[in-house]
Design a binder for this molecule. Sequence first.
Ligand SMILES: Nc1ncnc2c1ncn2[C@@H]1O[C@H](COP(=O)(O)OP(=O)(O)OP(=O)(O)O)[C@@H](O)[C@H]1O
Ligand SMILES: [Mg+2]
Length: 495
Amino acid sequence: MPSESPPRDRILIVDDEENVLHFLSRVLEDEGYGVETARTAAEVRTRDWEVPLDLAIIDLRLQPGEDGISLLQMVRERAPETSAVLMTAYGSIESAVAAMRAGAYDYVTKPFRAEEILKVVAKALEQRRLQREVWRLRREVERRYSFANLIGKSPAMQELFHQIEQVAASRGTVLVSGESGTGKELVARAIHYNSPRRSGPFVVIDCAAIPETLQESELFGHAKGAFTGAVGIKRGLFEEADGGTLFLDEVGELRPPTQATLLRVLQDGSFRRVGDTRTLRVDVRVIAATNKDLAEAVRTGQFREDLFYRLKVVPIHLPPLRERREDIPLLADHFLQHSVAQARAEVRRITPQGLDLLLRYPWPGNVRELENTIERALLFCDGEAIGPEHLPPEVRQSTEAIRVGLPHDSLDLRLALDRAGREVESDLIRRALDRSRGNRTQAARLLGISRRALLYKLKEMAGQTRGEPIPNGKWKTDSRQLTADHDRASQERGQ
Ligand SMILES: Nc1ncnc2c1ncn2[C@@H]1O[C@H](COP(=O)(O)OP(=O)(O)OP(=O)(O)O)[C@@H](O)[C@H]1O
Ligand SMILES: [Mg+2]
């Protein structure tokens, strides 16, 4: 009987030097990894991509005309979840930095020792597992805090999901109120698609968008010749929505005669087409929405009081985003993942500083504004994280000093989402400092960033590694770091 062995991590090695391929294959196979080798980019291209790949170890300098970085990009395109390690010649830290920018997890400097590459491989695979775990968590969190396409973990949103579930089953008219961009239409859809009428039509009409004189014929249809321009018979939206749901957006914009007709339909389900004598009967559930204060419109006589009460059999209020800020990280991440998938961008996360600004800004345009902001930030972002520099000035300059009491688990999510990326960065910085023997100016130059930026990042790192202050100018040498070990390494490789 064939026994099930645990799946081995699969590693692809690309190098045009036969002895490197040989040496690496032996070392990795001895360790129990599944190994594939390739000498050229063409070989990699024609690989069977159905076979999962956990890690690619790619030589930076391949045959003339091929380079490891574009090969790495190709691998990441075909198998986005693959981790990658680049092999570089000693001294070419610029290309190592480029490799990291292209998404490599790490790089090793040739020549290297067996134990060194094994350590790097183990770490890269571990990071990949962590990344997958983050993705899994992300999906899990989204699932837990979402309902239909609505996302939110604030008590107000959780209560809303509960309310939607309850009202979906009934036929009661729902009045959804809330500022512009708070998700009123999404709520209407969620109700429809969770109701027994989900297989019926969901018809939307924006009452503000039709000319006042056409409101009634749009809603209820008209007979032939009912008015100038009414050349044929027209079915209204109530008929279109028969068996389903009619969403009356901006219901406050209906003029008084239309309000009167609507009231009648809501009371007994029957109406006449404009200019027609026949009474029609339909089975329609009405969901109305408004971003105006309808009660105020009733007081000032612009909206019928009886219709107001008839509409709000089930009132649902969507609070503005600034009153449920704990939804911001989830929503921002949701829009980021969504737009990234569409744009095939590399951006994976929002930096803590970026998120901090998003949390402070008052969002007058609510969720829609947040969605647009993330989409725009993606256009400006050429790295892997959205930071303050990618956000519009009004968000960046928001001085509102609101400290949000985020519940503990959402903070954990923030950290989880952030950790993977930060580790790579810290590692790179450590190596640069190691090379420059602690000289920060030189390290900054190696990294291609300003000294100020480096100091800032070091401060950040110091804050993250609690109780482990950044040593001043002196760095413990990482055992992976090759500086004096060349000869021994070459001997091991039989060179
Ligand atoms: N809770 C949410 N989860 C996910 N996406 C949301 C949420 N709320 C709103 N959105 C998104 O924000 C945008 C605006 O939502 P929607 O159109 O439902 O708002 P609205 O209240 O109808 O706005 P308006 O009053 O301007 O018509 C949409 O793209 C919607 O998908
Ligand atoms: Mg709307």
